[in-house]
Design a binder for this molecule. Structure first.
Ligand SMILES: [Zn+2]
Length: 759
């Protein structure tokens, strides 16, 4: 795979502007967690051979999925099994091998590995990402996989069709498959800092506010060393912290604010260089933007795929509209128009933030935002209808009129979606400095009008498509979005009718807020509706930021509005709630998911909309999981991670959404404590977590290989996020990179950009 070379960012503080970079950026596998494992000492090695496997890319048949998701399908699966006859592999903690994948063209190559035990460990397969046409050395920590009676190792790949870069067959040659016992230990569960590791923000720290690192070893003192001069810039004692999560060793250098490039040293151990400065996260912005670029659909992406999916259509009133464009959603090739719009808006926010500060970055952000908005505009089918989503696992030949054309893109005319489209289009029309501005403006006015009319005539949407991540939208979120959208329209047009709408829609929202308790933990958050029966939760896709953003926009655009004191009061109440939650965040400062209430399943419809694919015993599981949180009173518990039952687990998008809420309120209220909440979630993401891993591939080090099964490993990819197991309200980050916790997701990437636009 040919990739352009990354022009390394100068690792110096003070200079904000960066050099233009060419996408796709090259991969740095050397700092990938699994590759770093190769340095560990091997105590025992047991060779179990190799194999050769040839996989035809196509089968001549059409891929068929379920009735509800007809193109979420592959053509077939080809596998090679190594029979182990129930062998006990418990003494081994690592699996290693060499694999040579070959494919004509520039194929994205990967192979799934499943360790089939009786009984099964329930973790599923690990995706081995490979470089085409060369030997790859693979390491996987298997210590967390049940392996006391292993029937077979199963290597397999799905036949996903041919994108324009691929030849006829994929060939895999594996040799030296070996079971290892090593001296190293990489925990995948719990709050304890990984042994021997320093958990710190690998990108660096913004100059003001809290700066901490945690030690996975005992150390009485630490120092911050300037890497330019080699001199000790700051030194202090570490602090032992004991709380509900455990006992930790913390280095606190919050008082040190001088911009520069530093290492943290502690005895003989030292971190990689990191920045203190306003530009600490600039490098991550380039990388995450690169990930979004590489997820582009409808156009060629060098080294990944040719022009794709232009032969995928929506059909309405006999008119076919291509769904090629925007971005592939995740590891698969699905797309949801509204999520693409979410990301396009985040890019527009990031552009507006960087426009004057960094013209090279701003230019790239604008180009990517325009790519997204062009797709959103293209999916407007008239009369308030949009092509809205498709579940897609395979490539098509890209040629209209051939037998693999797809015409099952879903369509709908939900008011909620149109309100959000209108708000995003209005923001971009005003702030993106784009040639698309007039089209965006016209679309915003029309979409808002459709949305408003639909809401007046039909009320709340029924959200017909379960697989669209609007399915969980509560009435309170509905009103937050309506109000925020109306404020954006007011900003765009200056027409007072929109300001009046924004204020009117917010009245319902304020009636959904928890009030009246003396305990700030039980005050200030939002319920799903005015009955105040169940709090709002997000467990996968999150639009939690919209409550705060709606209120902040009202206060900013209508400072003399009749309800101004109510909006301001509501913001303060919500702000105090988030601060109260943070008091329970522990030394990693990971913002808890919120307050959960006993028997939430009594709201059957809301429960089913939040917990997709919940098992039949979900009520019992709910009762078991809620009490693992921190008890507040008889019916309320604080959960650090959401309650999860299904594949939709991983909290990164949830964290970043609420962080955005905190940061937006912090900026408006000039409240440093709120801004700190947002910063802490940035730090958690790039290494200030128990696993001392960066969750952005290529940023920092120790980033894991992720589940990017269609487009391959990509610099800047971000996962769905760290999950929890059902038996503890604690982080669980398996080495196995199965979906969806380690599946890459453009939603997470968009939220990273959106949060950084606040700093
Ligand atoms: Zn595509």
């Amino acid at each position: 795979m040919k990739r352009n070379t990354l022009i390394a960012l100068a690792l110096t503080a003070g200079t904000i502007a960066t050099q233009a970079q060419t996408f796709p950026l090259s991969l740095d596998r050397s700092k990938q967690a699994e590759v770093m494992m190769a340095k560990d000492q091997v105590l025992v090695s047991h060779d179990i051979g190799g194999f050769k496997m040839v996989v035809p890319i196509e089968t001549g048949k059409r891929a068929r999925g379920s009735d509800g998701d007809p193109d979420y399908a592959i053509f077939g699966t080809v596998s090679h099994d190594i029979d182990l006859g129930g062998k006990d592999l418990s003494q081994y903690d690592r699996l290693a091998m060499e694999i040579l994948p070959t494919c004509e063209g520039q194929g994205v190559m990967n192979l799934n590995l499943s360790i089939d035990n009786s009984p099964a460990s329930g973790l599923g397969a690990h995706l081995i990402n490979l470089d085409n046409n060369r030997w790859n050395t693979i390491y996987l920590d298997i210590s967390g996989i049940r392996r006391d009676h292993v029937d077979r190792l199963r290597f397999y790949t799905d036949q996903k069709g041919r994108n324009l870069f691929l030849g006829e067959n994929l060939t895999y040659v594996a040799k030296g498959i070996r079971l290892l016992k090593t001296s190293a230990h990489y925990p995948e569960k719990g709050w304890a800092t990984a042994p021997e590791a320093i958990a710190y923000s690998m990108s660096g720290y913004l100059p003001h506010g809290r700066k901490t690192a945690l030690m996975g070893f005992d150390a009485p003192s630490f120092r911050i060393v300037d890497t330019t001069t080699g001199e000790v810039a700051f030194a202090s004692r570490t602090r032992a912290v004991s709380d509900a999560l455990g006992t930790f060793r913390v280095a606190d250098f919050s008082s040190f604010k001088k911009p520069g490039t530093y290492r943290l040293e502690c005895g003989t151990r030292r971190t990689e260089p990191f920045l203190i400065g306003d530009n600490a996260f600039k490098s991550s912005l380039w990388k995450v933007l690169n990930f979004i670029y590489c997820q582009r659909c409808g156009v060629e992406v060098e080294g990944i795929h040719g022009r794709c999916h232009n032969d995928v259509y929506s059909v309405r009133n006999g008119r076919k509209v291509s769904y090629g464009g925007g971005w592939h959603d995740a590891g698969d090739l699905s797309q949801q128009t509204l999520q693409t719009a979410d990301v396009a808006f985040a890019l527009a926010e990031a552009y507006a933030h960087e426009r004057k500060a960094d013209t090279a970055l701003a230019k790239k952000l604008k180009a990517e935002a325009e790519h997204g908005f062009r797709f959103v505009l293209q999916q407007r089918l008239g009369g308030g209808w949009h092509a809205s989503s498709i579940g897609l696992l395979h490539w098509t030949d890209g040629k209209p009129g051939t037998s693999d054309d797809i015409t099952t893109v879903r369509t709908q005319d939900c008011a909620f979606d149109n309100f959000l489209y209108a708000g995003y289009e209005a923001f971009a029309a005003k702030r993106l400095d784009s040639d698309l501005a007039e089209k965006l403006r016209n679309a915003a006015i029309e979409d808002y009008a459709y949305a408003r009319q639909r809401f007046v005539s039909h009320g709340y949407d029924k959200f017909p498509h379960m697989m669209e991540h609007t399915y969980n939208t509560s009435r309170s979120l509905f009103h937050a979005v309506m109000s925020w959208s109306a404020s954006q329209m007011f900003r765009l047009t200056g027409d007072k009718k929109y300001a009046d709408d924004a204020a009117a829609y917010a009245r319902y929202l304020l009636r959904c807020q928890a009030t009246g308790s003396k305990n700030p933990l039980l005050n200030g958050y939002f319920y799903r509706d005015t009955t105040k029966a169940v709090p709002v939760h997000f467990i996968h896709q999150s639009r939690d930021q919209m409550f705060a953003m709606a209120l902040v926009e009202l206060c900013k655009t209508q400072p003399r509005g009749a309800d101004f004191q109510s909006w301001r009061g509501s913001l303060s109440l919500y702000a105090e709630h988030l601060k109260a939650l943070m008091a329970h965040a522990g030394p990693y400062n990971m913002l808890p998911s919120g307050i959960w209430q006993a028997h939430e399943y009594d709201d059957g419809d809301g429960f089913a909309r939040l917990h997709l694919f919940a098992p039949s015993n979900a009520r019992e599981l709910y009762d078991e999981q809620i009490v693992l949180g921190e008890r507040i009173d008889d019916s309320h518990y604080l959960r650090r991670f959401p309650i999860w039952f299904s594949i939709f687990n991983g909290n990164e998008a949830i964290l970043l959404s609420t962080a955005k809420a905190a940061a937006a309120m912090g900026n408006y209220l000039h409240d440093k404590q709120l801004s700190q909440i947002g910063m802490d979630q940035l730090y958690w993401t790039v290494g200030h977590n128990p696993f001392a891993q960066s969750l952005i591939y290529g940023e920092g080090h120790g980033y894991p290989s992720m589940d990017s099964f269609s487009s391959g490993e990509i610099t800047g990819e971000m996962p769905v996020g760290i999950r929890a197991q059902a038996d503890a309200d604690a982080p669980y980050w398996p080495h196995t990179n199965n979906a969806c916790y380690k599946e890459v997701w453009v939603t997470t990437a968009g939220k990273w950009l959106s949060l950084l636009a606040e700093y």
